[in-house]
Ligand binder design. Structure first.
Ligand SMILES: Nc1ncnc2c1ncn2[C@@H]1O[C@H](COP(=O)(O)OP(=O)(O)OP(=O)(O)O)[C@@H](O)[C@H]1O
Ligand SMILES: [Mg+2]
Length: 262
């Protein structure tokens, strides 16, 4: 279970540029939950993910994962059990290394053995099988440098790398936003399959409200660094895109700086 308690992040504190990006944010996410996160530009979604992954530290509050307080853990330590994808397909893979080598690196994460020991035949057949399941033909290009792949192929590979050793938590920050609509749909389907198959606890930021309601089992709406809505169960099942938009504009603090740009 992931528990975030009274989390706050303040940028440029005590200056004219002070910005409270996350304000007294509290949330509980159960094991196996697939949570979609929506909210306007600047609502604090990426800040929340950065705080969970450790790429920035909380100014106040706590983060507990499986009961362990990870609030002060460095990012590299959290990376052993937290997988992460960004909007930019160039992040997360090493372009000069082959598909096979990238997967080898990811596979060694959290394990004692390293790439130095090499990738054995069993690993190769596992990688081939996993790549085949993506349905992109990458299993026949395992010696290809990742830099030669398209954005969508690369994002699918990054997803595989982030999940080849099942993480305790998977963080997806608009990971299909830079892809063309057809590829975005494909990568989203692959994401859904992997997450469901391994019951990976997942947080996915998206600006696609339809997708936010379609995928996963819980939707949280952020506004000005705070939780505006937490949709679960039947309330979520019966929610429509229009209904959510209406609820949002009714509930959202009516600030000019936080217009509805979901
Ligand atoms: N490093 C930083 N320094 C100063 N302010 C920052 C920094 N990072 C984010 N902010 C501010 O914090 C607020 C929240 O930003 P954040 O990136 O979390 O928004 P977001 O919900 O991910 O938005 P988007 O949908 O545009 O990605 C914004 O007002 C942003 O300008
Ligand atoms: Mg963001």
């Amino acid at each position: 279970m992931l528990t975030i308690e009274h989390a706050s992040v303040i940028f440029n504190a005590k200056t004219v540029n002070e910005k409270v990006a996350l304000r007294d944010f509290t949330c509980k996410i159960d094991d196996g939950d697939f949570v979609t996160v929506i909210g306007s530009n600047g609502a604090g979604k990426s800040t929340l993910m950065n705080a969970i992954s450790g790429s920035l530290m909380l100014d106040e509050g706590k983060i507990l994962l499986d009961g362990k307080d990870i609030t002060r853990f460095k990012e590299h330590k959290r990376a052993r059990f937290i997988g992460r994808l960004f909007q930019d397909p160039l992040k997360g893979t090493a372009p000069n290394m082959t598909i096979e080598e990238n997967l080898g690196l990811a596979y060694s994460r959290g394990k004692k053995r390293t790439l130095n020991i090499g990738i054995n035949k069993r690993d190769i057949s596992l990688f081939r099988e996993k790549l085949k399941a993506l349905g992109l033909g990458l299993e026949d290009r395992m010696k290809t440098p990742v830099g030669l792949l398209s954005g969508g192929q690369r994002q699918a590979l990054t997803l595989l790398m982030a999940t080849i050793v099942t993480p305790k938590l998977l963080l997806l920050d608009e990971h299909t936003a830079a892809l063309d609509p057809v590829t975005a749909k494909k990568v989203m389907q692959i994401t859904d399959e992997i997450v469901k198959k391994d019951r990976i606890t997942t947080l996915m930021i998206t600006h696609n409200i339809e997708g936010a309601l379609k995928y996963g089992n819980k939707t949280i709406v952020l506004s000005q660094g705070q939780m505006l809505m937490d949709l679960n169960g039947d309330e979520r099942k019966n929610m429509t895109v229009e209904g959510l938009m209406k609820l949002y504009s009714k509930n959202a603090a009516d600030s000019l700086s936080d217009k509805m740009v979901l």
